[in-house]
Design a protein around this ligand. Structure first.
Ligand code: DHB
Ligand code: FE
Length: 281
């Protein structure tokens, strides 16, 4: 049977991808941001996931104002890095897992989550930067990836509660797939950041750290944070953090923190990263 063995939370700061691609990760400004992933690269190598369900948001690369799916699942064979205006990132093509993805899509839809199904798309920094931070710069990515795109760009994004419940439904879906697969789920984006307007550059480290604190343990209070609190406390782009709640919801009642990294500033943004494992009751 397939099973979810771990969850990862990880920011997707595009400048970190550029720093890696240009060989600047060891420069003094970037080195502390990358250093917090040394543990993770070794851990991920040992954990050997077969598939990652990668919860992320597209930034007007695959979708724009013409089509805005709230939740969409990639059922394709592969996804190329998107051209975000300065050419595609020089990273490997992302290989999908169509059999598991279609199984999850069917299970979720019959479980009353009305997913959009994607067979073809390119993937932007929202998906490729977490892969770089966690796996480094391999010739091919060492896992199959099922992209799960969430609308956090155009109002209204889904509630944290709905995201958490989707995570719970993903666990049921994975557990009913007959093949023996080691599956991880990643929640990406965040942490506090605002990229435009009078509050551009806003970072709220106290709030971010409290969010990270509350991901482990047995409380599900994070699912009840209203949109307005993300907006007020973490800036207009801090709402990306609801995607972490899909990851957390998928880990079950209790989760244990394995590793944490928090660093400010990186680009305009707070960098947050956590590894969690489900705890069996
Ligand atoms: C930045 C952060 C993001 O999440 C994003 O999508 C684009 C830019 C930034 O920190 O610059
Ligand atoms: Fe973003």
């Amino acid at each position: 049977m397939a099973r979810i063995t771990a969850g990862i939370g990880c920011s997707h700061i595009p400048a970190l991808g550029v720093a890696a691609d240009l060989g600047k990760a060891a420069e003094p400004y970037w080195a502390p941001a990358f250093a917090g992933f040394d543990f993770t690269r070794a851990w991920a190598c040992a954990a050997k996931p077969d598939v990652v369900i990668l919860v992320y948001n597209d930034h007007a690369s695959a979708f724009d104002m013409k089509v805005i799916p709230t939740f969409a699942i990639g059922c394709g064979d592969r996804y190329a890095p998107a051209d975000e205006g300065w050419g595609p990132r020089p990273v490997p093509v992302v290989e999908g897992h169509p059999d598991l993805a279609w199984h999850i899509a069917q299970s979720l839809i019959l479980d009353e989550f009305d997913m959009t199904i994607i067979n073809e798309m390119d993937v932007d920094h929202g998906l490729t930067v977490p892969l770089t931070m966690i796996f480094g710069q391999p010739a091919t990515w060492p896992v199959k990836v099922i992209p799960l795109a969430v609308n956090v760009v155009t109002y209204p994004p889904p509630t944290g509660n709905r995201c958490w419940a989707l995570g719970e439904a993903i666990t049921r879906a994975v557990a009913s797939f007959p093949e023996d697969l080691n599956v991880q789920i990643w929640g990406t984006g965040g942490m506090s950041h605002q990229l435009q307007g009078p509050r551009a550059g806003l970072i709220n480290a106290d709030w971010d750290q409290r969010f990270l604190d509350r991901l482990s343990g047995g409380s599900d209070e994070l699912r009840r944070i209203p949109h307005i609190e993300y907006l007020r406390e973490t800036g207009s782009e801090g709402i990306e953090m609801v995607m972490w709640l899909i990851m957390r919801g998928a880990l079950g009642r209790r989760a244990r923190e394995i590793h944490r990294h928090y660093h400010v500033p990186a680009s305009n943004t707070a960098l947050g990263h956590i590894i969690l494992e489900p705890v069996k009751d």
